[in-house]
Design a protein around this ligand. Structure first.
Ligand SMILES: NC(=O)c1ccc[n+]([C@@H]2O[C@H](COP(=O)([O-])OP(=O)(O)OC[C@H]3O[C@@H](n4cnc5c(N)ncnc54)[C@H](OP(=O)(O)O)[C@@H]3O)[C@@H](O)[C@H]2O)c1
Length: 256
């Protein structure tokens, strides 16, 4: 069982892999010998992340805007041009929007639902042929979606579209897990608690102390916490787990 957690040689595609949680997951896979491709809208961010991660192993990038179905298809097509199979798809890219209930705009719903929910469906569907190439009963292909503890409990902040989108991510995860099990593809979601990132910067600056004191383990998440669960789900160790929503939150949602 010494290779139980190995992901060496696996092909991995990580959306939003240029910073924050996606970068934490990307670094974990790169350092453990996977062949990793990251995607995000900004070419510069892609180049910077590739330069950083290439110190540790194999990392490439494909700039893509996943806010539309066409953008998802373009990423899958570009990935297929360089890789004959996909072992692990990490649907991590996401956006948030906070505003008082009276002012919460319709456009926030469109933007957040398009990226956080619809992009997971569209990218997964267009990547299926490559996932089938990898999938077998002994070694299923993997899809890892990034949800949130805000999809498990009602958040304090006024992020109506975001928390609803994350509950949808969790249920889409279960629905896809049921359909794709027969294709030997597992589908799980990670539900992070507070992790440092651009998305969380203002929240951690304004409410950092209160957030830490609300976490039973009394700290925010670190890159190893996120990489660890992703490597578990991507390796032999996680092969019999599907349809699971795994909170990685220092006990915030699990001990409520
Ligand atoms: N940080 C936390 O505490 C926390 C907690 C719970 C859940 N999450 C979830 O974790 C995931 C990552 O969040 P994060 O905190 O790391 O946020 P982040 O720092 O804002 O990173 C978001 C990533 O997604 C990419 N992205 C944004 N819009 C995109 C689009 N339209 N097409 C393609 N890529 C796009 C960004 O790159 P570009 O701007 O270059 O496109 C960036 O790489 C999200 O799903 C988020 O909801 C985070």
């Amino acid at each position: 069982m010494k290779d139980l957690f190995s992901v060496a040689g696996k092909t991995v595609l990580i959306t939003g892999g240029t910073r924050g949680i996606g970068l934490m997951i990307a670094r974990g896979f790169v350092e453990h010998g996977a062949d990793v491709t990251i995607a995000s809208r900004s070419k510069d961010a892609c180049n910077e992340a590739v330069a950083e991660l290439s110190q540790y192993g194999i990392c490439k990038a494909i700039p893509a805007d996943l806010g539309t179905e066409d953008g998802c298809k373009a990423l899958a097509t570009a990935f297929a041009a360089t890789s004959k199979k996909l072992d692990v798809l990490v649907n991590n890219a996401g956006a948030n929007w906070g505003a008082p209930i009276e002012e919460y705009p319709d456009s926030a719903w469109d933007k957040v639902m398009a990226l956080n929910v619809k992009a997971i469906f569209h990218l997964t569907r267009t990547c299926l042929p490559l996932l089938y190439e990898s999938a077998s009963a002994d070694a299923p292909a993997r899809i890892i979606n990034v949800g949130s503890i805000d999809g498990l409990h009602a958040p304090d902040l006024e992020t109506y579209a975001y928390s609803s989108s994350k509950a949808a991510v969790h249920h889409l995860t279960r629905t896809l897990a049921k359909r794709l099990a027969r294709e030997h593809i597992t589908v799980n979601a990670i539900a992070p608690g507070p992790f440092p990132s651009k998305m969380m910067k203002a929240t951690l600056e304004d409410f950092g102390e209160a957030i830490v004191s609300a976490v039973p383990l009394r700290r925010i998440g670190e890159p190893e916490d996120m990489a660890g669960v992703a490597l578990y789900l991507g390796s032999r160790a996680g092969a019999y787990v599907t349809g699971a929503i795994i909170p990685v939150d220092g006990g915030m949602s699990t001990t409520l």
